[in-house]
Design a protein around this ligand. Structure first.
Ligand code: 13P
Length: 255
C-alpha cells in the first residue's frame, strides 16, 4: 500500500489536562514509528493543548456543527476547530447518530463544512447487530456512505487527503467483539466499490479505517484484512502504553 497506515485515537468524552502526558508519550512514539500516520481526536477542550504539546501527531475533533457560526449554543464550528489547531474532524460516529439522532442528512452538511474550513474529515459508518443478523450490513453501510459523504465542488481535488472513511460496526464498539477478518475484508471491499462509484478513480485511494474493539493484541490481524488502511481506536487509545502497541503493530504490517 502506498499510503502509510493511519491510526487515529478517539478519546470520546474522556480526558482532562492530566492526560496530556499520554499525548506527549504517543507523540514521542510517533516520532520513532514513522511508517505510521498517527492522530488523536480528544475532547474539543484539549485540542489546543495537544496541538501545542504534541507537535508530530495529527489532532482532530469528534464532531462539528454544519453552520459557519451563529446562534447555536454549545456547538462548535469547523472553522473554530481549525483555529484551535485541529487538522481533521470525525463526523457521523455511531454514538452521535444514537445520542443526538444524527441522520445522514445531518452528517453530510457537517462533512461539507469541515472541508470548507480546510479540515480533513473522517466519516463513520457501520451497521447494528440486528442489521448484520438480518443480512443487511452492506446495504446499510452503502446507504450511509451515499448519504453522509461530502460530494460536489468541494471534493474536486485531493479527495484521498481530505476524506477518510471509518467502518465501525456498532456491535463491536466497546464490546470486545470483533468481526472476522473475512467479514472485515468483505465489508471494506464493498465500501471501496461504493467509494469508486461515488468519486470515480479518486475513490480508490481513500483510506478506509476499521474501528471497534481494536487492541494491541488483535491489531496486527485486523490491520491485515483486505482494504484496511488503518484503525479508529476508542478505549485502547486512552493510554500511551496500549495505543503505542497498536501503532507498532501497524508499523510492522508493512515490513
Ligand atoms: P472502542 O475501540 O472502544 O471499541 O471504540 C471504537 C470507536 O468507537 C472509535 O471511534
Amino acid at each position: 500500500m502506498a499510503q502509510r497506515p493511519y491510526i487515529v485515537g478517539n478519546w470520546k468524552m474522556h480526558g482532562t489536562r492530566s492526560m496530556l502526558a499520554e499525548a506527549r508519550a504517543i507523540d514521542r512514539a510517533a516520532e520513532r514509528l514513522i511508517k505510521v500516520e498517527v492522530a488523536l481526536a480528544p475532547p474539543a477542550t484539549l485540542i489546543h493543548a495537544i496541538r501545542k504539546e504534541a507537535g508530530l501527531i495529527g489532532v482532530g475533533a469528534q464532531d462539528c456543527h454544519a453552520a459557519e457560526g451563529g446562534a447555536h449554543t454549545g456547538d462548535i464550528s469547523a472553522a473554530m476547530l481549525k483555529d484551535a489547531g485541529a487538522d481533521f474532524v470525525i463526523v457521523g460516529h455511531s454514538e452521535r447518530r444514537a445520542d443526538h439522532c444524527e441522520s445522514d442528512a445531518i452528517v453530510q452538511p457537517k462533512a461539507r463544512s469541515a472541508l470548507a474550513a480546510g479540515l480533513a474529515v473522517i466519516v463513520c459508518v457501520g451497521e447494528t447487530e440486528q442489521q448484520r443478523n438480518a443480512g443487511e450490513a452492506e446495504r446499510v453501510v452503502a446507504g450511509q456512505l451515499a448519504g453522509s459523504l461530502p460530494q460536489g465542488d468541494l471534493v474536486a481535488d485531493k479527495i484521498a487527503e481530505k476524506i477518510i472513511v471509518a467502518y465501525e460496526p456498532v456491535w463491536a464498539i466497546g464490546t470486545g467483539r470483533v468481526p472476522t477478518v473475512e467479514d472485515i475484508g468483505a465489508m471494506h471491499r464493498a465500501i471501496r466499490a461504493k467509494l469508486v462509484e461515488i468519486y470515480g478513480e479518486a475513490g480508490a485511494a481513500i483510506r478506509i479505517l476499521y474501528g471497534g474493539s481494536v487492541k494491541p493484541e488483535n491489531a496486527a490481524e485486523l490491520l491485515a484484512a483486505d482494504e484496511v488502511g488503518g484503525a479508529l481506536v476508542g478505549g485502547a487509545s486512552l493510554t500511551a502504553e496500549s495505543f503505542v502497541g497498536i501503532i507498532a503493530a501497524a508499523a510492522d504490517r508493512d515490513g
